[in-house]
Design a protein. Sequence first.
Length: 382
Amino acid sequence: MKEESTGLIIGISIDSTLAPESPVRSGRNGMNFWIDGFKKSNMVSASGILEYSYKDLQKATYNFTTLIGQGAFGLVYKAQMSTGETVAVKVLATNSKQGEKEFHTEVMLLGRLHHRNLVNLVGYCAEKGQHMLVYVYMSKGNLASHLYSEENGNLGWDLRVHIALDVARGLEYLHDGAVPPVIHRDIKSNNILLDQSMRARVADFGLSREEMVDKHAAIRGTFGYLDPEYISSGTFTKKSDVYSFGVLLFELIAGRNPQQGLMEYVELAAMNTEGKVGWEEIVDSKLEGKCDFQELNEVAALAYKCINRAPRKRPSMRDIVQVLTRILKARHQRNHHHKNSLSETADEVAMDVDEAENKDSVTTDHHRRDESIDSTTDMYDL
Ligand SMILES: Nc1ncnc2c1ncn2[C@@H]1O[C@H](COP(=O)(O)OP(=O)(O)OP(=O)(O)O)[C@@H](O)[C@H]1O
């Protein structure tokens, strides 16, 4: 990693919710331990992070030929381990000035963070002058590729709200669950990865640091997502992550890249909406006619609060999780209610038919009854 060692003593993660893809399982006392046939040459550290050998990773990546991505910190490869498990290996750029000790400290810091909505670190390798980080593999890639590439198909509105809640939960854990708290510092659609069932996790803690350690670092982050307050004051806080999350919400709504004028577009729309209703005009054209406007306005109103110029007026990640949960619960209830009312309608139709049958001759009316039943069955499928 590029950053300097923080020299902190490692704590044990307080949330050990682990992914099915992860090779570690949570132990009874909150410590993690390894299961199932990992190689004896691989060492387990106190926080449950596995030390992989260079040879194993070289083999698992077919001599580093399985490239899946590239970021500011280096190249990312897909690796098929001999245990049958698939992981992602990030090979850190060799121009990093970080020494062995600092790298180990960094790994321990990252390794204690475990949550179902984080791309958890599962291992590392420090051999042959190389530093590598091994992560849970996210088979559906990053969110940006789904929002902007035609070949990945369309991300529906319902899924976009679920993704927003997943990300919010990951961030809430970093801000309020991790001890000491962690600020991500680079929330963007490239850093949101999706698993096989399209559940989202927050990735890339390369820029994350404990709040107390790194309050006044040089400006970093990604243009388009950066909190203007951070740019002017140089101080990055949890509320700066909230700002970036607000931008991400607008990106989900509008399907526009924040690095290509998304926020100007949002500010223009906000003049008409006063931040509350009427956000339909910015909706992603791929969602037109397929999106619940009430939900859209609620999510956009939340996003608008997140990007408030005054950090203290922005909600906390905990508040955000609550709002998004409420929106999804209301959706669930509406769907449930809709289904129930459809089945009531179906019952009423059936009763009407019964009554009609009683009046009419049974033999002549069979055909009509079948039609009625078929049409009510269709209603269930709506
Ligand atoms: N755990 C993973 N599973 C699957 N793909 C991954 C994983 N980690 C990274 N990738 C892929 O590699 C790409 C590059 O990741 P990386 O985190 O190095 O950089 P980035 O987040 O895109 O950019 P930056 O480092 O500038 O923030 C990701 O966008 C993603 O497509």
